[in-house]
Every structure is written in structure tokens, then in C-alpha cells.
Ligand binder design. Structure first.
Ligand SMILES: C[S@@+](CC[C@H](N)C(=O)[O-])C[C@H]1O[C@@H](n2cnc3c(N)ncnc32)[C@H](O)[C@@H]1O
Length: 277
């Protein structure tokens, strides 16, 4: 039995009062739950901490909070296990782990697959090929004649992705690998030529990716950004690195753009999606 199913099964067998005690264990309790304080801020965008925010002093976690946290973790794990991943995906994940790369979570992959199918994607552009985990999910959701154009400056990553796509059963003409940095490659791609743009490259460049995506997408096309929670740092009121500041700017810009219909999906490390009107 896979560990996730074992975890879910074990939780189901436990009395409800014990479940949160078991599930609270994996949470790093090093910071106070600043999310609640950040929701009350009056910064330029509600829900985001500002430099002047004060953080509520650390409170001992109550039973109810533990229960909610426990349920959330179980639900998240359940969502990750909901769509089974094939051998080729596991192989690509293993290559990513060895190379020290993040790859999209199974839940995020399933969401990407579903989004590609929703827009009946024939042409998808991906920034950040990695070892091909997100690419396989996108290809599964696209039309059978759809082509994924994927950009990455690391030829070794793209080589793994090429092997993974082949192992997943996709013909070589289903993917176009372009080596290079996104901001050098994207300007060469056709205006309004894409149904979906998936951004998972350099987070410092997120706003530039958004501008390029708006140019690349047809009306009704969809842009998605992986990792916008930045492991919880996006809503943490403590000092944050530039990449987190950039992600907050991205979230604000997408939310306020009259050109976009956004949704922030709580899968994996946060998948920011928006449809271009
Ligand atoms: C997190 S990994 C992508 C994982 C991949 N989407 C997946 O789920 O398998 C980020 C990738 O972005 C690439 N990258 C870094 N800077 C980039 C840039 N400026 N343009 C395009 N890709 C970039 C890295 O080489 C790396 O392969």
C-alpha cells in the first residue's frame, strides 16, 4: 500500500479526537499563524502583509485549530493522490529530485491537465521544462494533435523531459523543446498563438512572464503560475526575499487586471490561474 493511502486509511480508523494529534506532527510550528493577522491588514491589497504589519503573539494551538489543520493536511494529501501518476511521471520526478529541482505536485499536475482540456488546448507554451513532470500532465490534457512548446536554459533538464515524454507514450512531434531563457525565447513566439501558457521558470521574472503571456494568449486562453504560495512566505508578514515580493506583485496585478478573470487554486504550492477575456 502506498504511504499516502496508508495515512488516509490510518486516519479513517482513528477516533476523530485523535486524528489531529497524529496529523499535526508534520507541520513545522516555528512561526506564529500570521495568516490571520495578515487577513486583517489594511495594506494596498487585502490579504497581503505590509512592512508595518504587526504579528499576533504566538498562541498555543487550540483543539479546533488542530482539527482544521489536520483536516486540511489530509484533504491536501487526498487531493494529491486523487489522480494516479504513471511510471513515466514517477521517473521524471526521480530525475528532478536527483537534480535538486522542484516539480509540480500530483494535485497541481491534475489541475494543469484539467485546465488544458478545459481550453481544448492545441498550443501550449511552458516556461521551465524541468524534467518534464508538468509537461506530461499538460500533454495528457491537450488535444491529441496538440503541441507543447517548452522553454528551459538547461539542456540536461530538457533531455530528461524528452525521455519522459517518450516513456509516457507521446510522439516526438507533440513537443517542441526550445533551449534558452524565457525572456529571450518568448518574444519569438506568435502573438495570440497559444491556448495556455504555464509559467514555472524564474520567479523573479514573473511579471515579465505575465506580460508575455498576455501577448501570446488568444482571447479565452489561460495563464497559470506555479508556486505562488512560496511555501507560505507569500502571506507571512516577516521579512521576505525579492522573489516573494515579486510574487505578491504578480498576484496583485493579476487580481486587478480588467483583462483577466483570475482564480488562486490551493493545490501544491499554489497555482495562480487567469483566463484572458
Ligand atoms: C521548478 S523547475 C520546473 C519544473 C517543471 N515545470 C516540472 O514540473 O517538472 C524550474 C525550471 O526552470 C528553468 N529556468 C530557470 N530560469 C529560467 C528562465 N529564465 N527561463 C526558462 N526556464 C528557466 C530551470 O532550469 C528549471 O528547469
Amino acid at each position: 500500500m502506498r504511504p499516502i493511502w496508508l495515512l488516509i486509511w490510518v486516519c479513517q480508523q482513528l477516533p476523530a479526537t485523535l486524528t489531529p494529534v497524529v496529523l499535526i506532527h508534520p507541520l513545522p510550528p516555528s512561526r506564529p499563524p500570521s495568516f490571520h493577522s495578515s487577513l486583517q491588514t489594511t495594506g494596498p491589497i487585502s490579504g497581503f502583509p505590509t512592512a508595518t504589519d504587526t504579528v499576533t503573539p504566538r498562541q498555543p494551538r487550540g483543539h479546533k485549530e488542530r482539527l482544521i489543520t489536520g483536516n486540511r493536511l489530509t484533504s491536501w494529501a487526498f487531493s494529491d493522490a486523487f489522480v494516479a501518476e504513471e511510471d513515466a511521471l514517477r521517473w521524471a520526478r526521480d530525475r528532478a529530485r536527483e537534480a535538486g529541482l522542484r516539480s509540480v505536485s500530483p494535485g497541481t499536475g491534475a489541475a494543469l491537465r484539467m485546465l488544458a482540456a478545459t481550453v481544448d488546448a492545441k498550443a501550449v507554451a511552458e516556461i521551465g521544462t524541468g524534467t518534464g513532470v508538468s509537461g506530461i500532465h499538460l500533454l495528457h490534457g491537450m488535444r491529441p494533435d496538440g503541441v507543447l512548446t517548452t522553454v528551459d536554459p538547461e539542456p540536461e533538464h530538457q533531455q530528461f523531459a524528452r525521455q519522459a515524454f517518450r516513456a509516457a507514450g507521446f510522439a516526438s512531434n507533440r513537443a517542441r523543446f526550445i533551449p534558452g531563457h524565457a525572456l529571450e525565447v518568448l518574444p519569438r513566439l506568435a502573438d495570440a498563438g497559444y491556448d495556455l501558457v504555464f509559467c514555472d521558470g524564474d520567479r523573479l521574472e514573473s511579471l515579465d512572464y505575465l506580460a508575455e503571456s498576455l501577448r501570446l494568449l488568444r482571447p479565452g486562453g489561460l495563464v497559470a503560475f506555479e508556486g505562488v504560495f512560496a511555501s507560505g512566505r507569500t502571506v507571512d508578514s516577516g521579512p521576505q526575499p525579492t522573489e516573494v515580493i515579486r510574487l505578491r506583485e504578480l498576484l496583485r496585478t493579476v487580481r486587478e487586471s480588467p483583462e483577466l478573470v483570475p482564480s488562486l487554486l490551493p493545490v501544491g504550492d499554489g497555482l495562480l490561474c487567469a483566463v484572458k477575456r
